[in-house]
Design a protein. Structure first.
Length: 95
């Protein structure tokens, strides 16, 4: 957040646990990020839920929609691009 605000960018913050994204939104984010769905899953949380393994991206997106706590965060979206904000410097190439 500080990185964005230092550049006079006031981001819209989506509290993903309060307002979880639906599967369609998550699929769009995966595409914008240019990664596989598996790349934005928090493995520790995924395993803690006892979810079975799968390589099916649609199934992974459905699981993220059903269990938003397994989504990596923060995800920063700017225009048509998105980046995972870990480390924060990842977002610099899209702002």
């Amino acid at each position: 957040m500080a990185l964005l605000r230092d550049r006079n960018i006031d981001p819209e913050i989506v509290e993903y646990l309060t307002t979880p994204p639906d599967a369609r939104t998550l699929a769009k984010l995966v595409k914008q990020l240019g990664v596989d769905a598996a790349d934005i899953i928090r493995q520790k949380e995924y395993k803690a839920l006892g979810l079975p393994g799968t390589d099916d991206p649609d199934e992974l997106v459905a699981r993220m929609a059903a269990h938003p706590e397994i989504i990596q965060r923060p995800i920063v979206v700017h225009g048509a691009k998105a980046r995972l904000g870990r480390p924060p410097e990842n977002v610099l190439d899209i702002i």
